[in-house]
Write a protein that binds this ligand. Structure first.
Ligand SMILES: [Zn+2]
Length: 117
C-alpha cells in the first residue's frame, strides 16, 4: 500500500465541527435605522451622537447609545427624513449628519478606485 493512502480513511473533519457549525458564527443582528431591515452587525455602520453631531464609529467602540445604518446614502436619507437618528440616539432636535455623508463619500470613492483596477 503506498504511503499516504491511509490518510484517505481518516475521518475528517472530526465530528466536533458539527455542533460548532450550528452554534458558531452567531453574529449579532441589528436593525438599520434607515430601511428598518435587519442585517448583520458587520454589514452595518454604527453611528453615535456627540452633542448635536453624529459621528461614525466604524470600529463600533465608541461609548454611548449607537444607531446602526447601512453604509449607503439611500438608508442615510431615509433615516434622516424620518428623523430616525434622533429617536434611535435619544437626542432632541436636529442632528448633523455631515460626518456620515463624508464617510460614505470617502468609502464610495475608495470603492470606485479599487473596482477600476
Ligand atoms: Zn438600511
Amino acid at each position: 500500500m503506498p504511503r499516504g493512502a491511509v490518510a484517505l480513511f481518516k475521518p475528517w473533519p472530526p465530528a466536533v465541527s458539527a455542533p460548532m457549525r450550528r452554534r458558531g458564527k452567531m453574529e449579532a443582528v441589528r436593525t438599520c435605522v434607515g430601511c428598518r431591515s435587519r442585517a448583520q452587525r458587520s454589514s452595518l455602520l454604527r453611528v453615535v451622537a456627540q452633542e448635536s453631531q453624529i459621528v461614525v464609529d466604524p470600529s463600533a467602540t465608541l461609548p454611548g447609545r449607537g444607531a446602526w445604518l447601512h453604509p449607503t446614502f439611500e438608508c442615510l436619507d431615509k433615516a434622516q427624513n424620518r428623523r430616525a437618528f434622533g429617536r434611535a440616539l435619544r437626542v432632541e432636535g436636529t442632528l448633523d449628519t455631515a460626518a456620515i455623508r463624508s464617510h460614505l463619500t470617502r468609502e464610495q470613492a475608495e470603492e470606485a478606485v479599487t473596482s477600476h483596477e
